[in-house]
Design a protein around this ligand. Structure first.
Ligand SMILES: [Zn+2]
Length: 421
């Protein structure tokens, strides 16, 4: 199908009409007569959002999410590419499993689902997985991560960084020093002391980030730090970038908005790994995202069944869903505060993640000739988050009932309208 989108506002503020035909943007004048006209009425358009950190739970935990339900959740959130983390069952540590996930994404057909390969076999941290075979597979894996667990052994980390250089890959580290975080439940501080919950100190995250930027320098390889949460972590990344180290970093929407204050009522909907931190950390994360120290926003979309969240804090699972609220939270925390423009949003949520992961056809300029992966958002509209209206199979959003700015009205994937009408 061909489309004429009238009255779009590009990230740089320019008003224009856009034409889409055979999957790409074409000149408005060259559009065939049989096209659908959609008047966007000045709505903001962005290159299709790209998430580098998505837990899709298939294979193995389909009661929480499948590749298909996660894809639907993604396009409702404006994402045209998502990255399936490897902590499935079986773990995505072989060419066979990553190809399975990739094909499930293709058959869902709503967005690109790019599997992330495990760094170590079974996420055990002991032996490197089949990194080369996953890179050569049909899924062409370029991002490797044991996310959920930290690649703790420095020799394994060094070898992994060396290995992925061969094909321009990147290691995405979940920075969590295991001995310092054993049985940890939330941020270590005044509130964890008040609540009697075991704390998770900032240094447990920062010590691994510091070690790994030095390993990235030593190996001259590419490192990506997942879900940065502390002011100290931002400082280390800033130092490493100034030194020319090839490191990139992400922050989640929930760490841009929420603090450990939310744990005060023991509601495990706010239990997440890494934990919600302090107001001073939130301020540093926003500043780091605004100035480019933090390259991208990634959701860490982590669906969990109600049984594993509707229980006592100490036994509840870590994690929050995030695909359908990510853009609204970025608008609330970064755009409405004046810290970022929509060009910045396009860079942090589409262009930079596509560049880090080497995803072709994503994060491209909205211009004639490029593949039409496009998100349309009504930035003037407000929505009240309702977990029961979400497409994700799990309901563990911490934002239920929040009033947030921005409503996604259309998502185009490879020139097809996959959300909206
Ligand atoms: Zn993680």
């Amino acid at each position: 199908m061909s489309f004429l989108l009238k009255n779009a506002t590009l990230p740089n503020g320019t008003k224009t009409d856009l034409a889409i035909q055979n999957g790409r943007y074409v000149a408005v004048g060259s559009l065939i007569p049989e096209h659908k006209v959609i008047d966007l009425g000045g709505k903001q358009v962005l290159p299709g959002l790209v998430d580098l950190h998505t837990h899709l739970r298939e294979p193995g935990f389909e009661e929480s999410e499948t590749v298909a339900t996660g894809s639907l959740s993604a396009v409702r959130g404006g994402f045209t590419a998502i990255s399936a983390m490897a902590n499935t069952s079986p773990v995505a540590d072989t060419a066979g499993v990553v190809e399975q996930v990739y094909r499930l994404g293709q058959s869902a057909g709503l967005c690109d689902v790019f599997p992330i390969g495990a760094v170590t076999q079974g996420l055990k941290g002991e032996t490197l997985s089949e990194i080369g075979a996953m890179a050569d597979s049909a899924a062409r894996v370029r991002v490797f991560s044991d996310d959920g667990k930290c690649v703790f052994d420095p020799l394994i980390m060094r070898r992994a960084l060396e290995y992925v250089k061969k094909f321009d890959g990147v290691i995405a580290q979940h920075a969590q020093e295991p001995a310092l975080t054993q049985d940890s439940q939330m941020n270590e501080g005044e509130i964890s002391a008040q609540l009697g919950l075991k704390g998770w100190p900032a240094v447990a995250e920062e010590a691994i980030i510091a070690r790994d930027v030095l390993l990235a320098e030593h190996t001259n390889s590419r490192l990506h730090i997942c879900h940065l949460t502390t002011a100290g972590g931002v400082e280390i990344i800033r130092w490493a970038k100034a030194r020319g180290i090839q490191v990139t970093a992400e922050v989640t929407p929930h760490h841009l908005l929420l603090t450990d204050d939310y744990a005060k009522n023991y509601d495990p909907i706010f239990k997440v790994n890494p934990p919600l931190r302090l107001e001073s950390d939130v301020i540093a994360l926003r500043a780091g995202l605004a100035d480019g120290t933090i390259d991208i926003v990634a959701t860490d979309h982590a669906p969990h069944s109600s049984e594993s969240k509707d229980c006592e804090w100490a036994v509840a699972s870590f994690g929050m869903v995030g695909l359908e609220t990510a853009l609204s939270i970025v608008i609330k925390t970064m755009v409405e505060s004046g810290a970022m423009s929509y060009e910045g949003v396009a860079e942090r949520l589409s262009i930079a993640p596509a560049r880090i992961a080497r995803y072709e056809n994503h994060g491209q300029a909205i211009e004639v000739g490029n593949v039409a992966n496009l998100t349309v958002v009504d930035t003037a509209a407000q929505c009240t988050v309702d977990r029961d209206l979400m497409s994700t199979r799990s309901k563990n959003t911490p934002f239920h009932g929040f009033e947030l700015p921005g409503v996604i009205t259309h998502t185009f994937f490879n020139g097809k309208l996959v959300f909206g009408e």
